[in-house]
Design a protein around this ligand. Sequence first.
Ligand code: IMP
Ligand code: MG
Length: 185
Amino acid sequence: MTMETATAGIKEIYSSAQIQARIKELGQEISKEFRTLEKPVVIGVMKGAFCFLADLVRHIDIESPLQIEFVRLSSYGSGTESSGNVQAPYLDLPNIKRRHILVVEDIIDSGRTAKFFLEYLRDQFDPQTLKLAAFLDKPSRRVVPMEPDYTGFQIEDLFVVGYGLDYAENYRELPFLGEMVNVEA
Ligand code: IMP
Ligand code: MG
């Protein structure tokens, strides 16, 4: 299958170059604010945040080294609609009590996944700093209040894939962000 066939029905919204330029800016912003913090912990929410985290941490330049951890959360739903039910198939963090934490998410949609996870972290670890970086934000879809501290791009109510984001587990590998066209919601 050629790339062209595999991505038929996907309309590019942000190119790889546009994404990289924005992430460099975000990295600089985070670096400024985290400059003197001692050994911050960056927690990536799998699977969707894997590309964003990998690129973002390489633009964070601060005095202390970073610790990088991963969890896997899913708001269970196969199509383009997430259920209200947040699952945590992998939630195994070391003791990060009173640390400075930066959570890295692919997209904030209803806000439920981020709300669940931030509350969990506050509860378990009483972090000194707790910040949220989201590659994408769809503010018009919010069900619970949630505002990322760092946002790559705000988008309309579109279903998007690529750069880590999937449609039924496909298309995470695309280097660009695209809109799924002609998809049943
Ligand atoms: P929330 O809990 O409703 O904020 O949803 C968060 C999760 O829904 C994300 O981490 C994604 O896995 C998924 N999601 C929401 N919108 C999209 C989209 O446009 N494309 C792909 N996944 C999405
Ligand atoms: Mg998903």
